[in-house]
Write a protein that binds this ligand. Structure first.
Ligand SMILES: N[C@@H](CCC(=O)N[C@@H](CS)C(=O)NCC(=O)O)C(=O)O
Length: 96
């Protein structure tokens, strides 16, 4: 079983769109938690991550950070490992 990927987002956030585009391109099945107009969910995100910006991303128990950190993991070839997969044959997704 791959670790669960969770992403806290708001709807009109370009960083959220970009992070989700990468996850979609990689075929990652993720759970999205919308925090727009949901102060209790935003508080939960801040409490768990120590950060106030969206997106905030977890793979299993590991807090990845935001979009920039996700992209950096992909560019560095480490994201597949965290996702519990073999490295992509073509290397990092073009998106990253
Ligand atoms: N470097 C961060 C930037 C994230 C960011 O600036 N997100 C904006 C929304 S697109 C944000 O959360 N701004 C503060 C707020 O909405 O309260 C990342 O890569 O995730």
């Amino acid at each position: 079983m791959p670790p669960e990927t969770v992403i806290y987002t708001t709807r009109f956030c370009p960083y959220c769109v970009r992070a989700k585009r990468l996850l979609d391109a990689k075929g990652v099945d993720y759970r999205e938690i919308h925090v727009d107009f949901k102060p209790e969910l935003r508080r939960e995100m801040v409490q768990k991550s120590g950060r106030h910006t969206v997106p905030q991303i977890w793979i299993g128990d590991r807090h990845i950070g935001g979009c920039d950190e996700l992209m950096a993991l992909e560019r560095g070839g480490r994201l597949d490992d965290l996702l519990g997969r073999d490295p992509a044959p073509g290397g990092p997704a073009a998106e990253a």
